[in-house]
Design a binder for this molecule. Structure first.
Ligand code: PEP
Ligand code: MN
Length: 329
């Protein structure tokens, strides 16, 4: 049960009533809106108090992420708004490999309309024998790229022990698909107060994905963008199956903005553009696209990273789709 409290009201009596009910509860301040989540519902159903502005019985396992109490959240990442009319494109290499190539790609993607730079310093690789990322050195390179080019940075954090470190370099923390149910990590990025790009695990239902967002929200952090990146299905011809259905459904369930990563489900560069176009047509608020200055030589995801030229063409086509659905790029 959600209790949305009146601004400035004295809540001490209400909190006493919650305590008396033996319910579990958490008080959170989400962008200045004071909310108490209390569970199980049956313990608190009868509670009334002067300080309550709205009481919402949410029927889904996720409560704070639910659209039942809030229509829309716009996430501000260093001045870039995600979830408003403008579609945000974050582009850059799969992994940060060296300074000059990151700067080159950052310049190029900015020139053709990207508003954020992506790039992994800590890489979650399936095999321990493949390139694991440059770590802190990679973060330093991202920082330099930001200073030189001015695009806000989104980069992945893999480990609770590194949240403070990565948060001191990044404007947005990426939780990768493989960590989408790492609850300790979700709580930690919640506490950091930084904007979070929460990927959907390739095994997760939409409800499970939104429940992961709930862990971050419960720490008082509503700066969350959900990111669909493909799920595992029986289809083996592509790397993953981009679940547009799930993305569209998620939008009916949550106030949080939604991104799509067309690069990882595609697994090959010729499929990236059509998947990106479909995502924007279907209502995605943001795209996360892998672009490399020399994809053939890339140390990870070489097959799916776009050249700068391909990315430029994609952006041109994207503008037409965005316009057709009443948005801008
Ligand atoms: C990435 O975007 O760099 C990445 C590793 O993606 P995912 O977690 O979706 O596999
Ligand atoms: Mn990648």
């Amino acid at each position: 049960m959600l209790f949305i409290l009146k601004d400035n009201a004295d809540t001490s009596q209400f909190i006493e009533k919650i305590k008396m009910s033996s319910a579990s509860y958490k008080y959170v301040d989400l962008d200045g809106r004071r909310v108490v989540v209390a569970w199980p519902d049956k313990y608190v159903e009868g509670i009334a108090d002067e300080s309550i502005a709205m009481k919402v019985k949410v029927q889904t396992p996720f409560q704070l992420a639910s659209k039942t109490w809030r229509d829309k959240t716009v996430v501000n990442v260093d001045g870039v708004e995600i979830g408003s009319r403008k579609v945000v494109v974050a582009a850059g290499p799969c992994a940060v490999e060296d300074e000059s190539s990151v700067i080159e790609v950052a310049k190029a993607v900015k020139r053709v309309g990207a508003s954020m730079l992506r790039g992994g310093a800590f890489k979650p690789r399936t095999s321990p024998y493949t390139f694991q990322g440059l770590g802190i050195k990679g973060l330093e390179i991202l920082k330099k790229a930001k200073e030189a080019i001015g695009l806000p940075i989104v980069t992945e954090v893999l480990d609770t022990r590194n949240v403070t470190l990565v948060a001191s370099y990044a404007d947005m923390l990426q939780i990768g698909a493989r960590n989408a149910q790492n609850f300790a990590l979700l709580k930690e990025v919640g506490k950091s107060g930084k904007a979070v790009l929460l990927k959907r695990g390739m095994w997760m239902t939409v409800d499970e994905w939104l429940s992961s967002a709930e862990y971050i929200l419960l720490e008082g952090n509503s700066k969350i963008v959900l990111c669909e990146r493909g799920i595992r299905t029986f289809e083996r011809a592509t790397r993953f199956t981009l679940d547009i259905t799930g993305m569209v459904y998620a939008k009916t369930q949550t106030h949080l903005p939604i991104a799509v990563d067309p690069s990882h489900p595609a697994g090959r560069r010729d499929l990236v553009e059509p998947l990106a176009l479909a995502s924007i047509a279907a209502g995605a608020d943001m795209l996360l696209i892998e672009v490399h200055n020399n994809p053939e030589k890339a140390l990870s995801d070489s097959e799916q990273q776009l050249t700068v030229k391909e990315f430029e063409k994609l952006m041109e086509r994207l503008k037409l789709i965005a316009e057709a659905v009443g948005r801008t790029i």
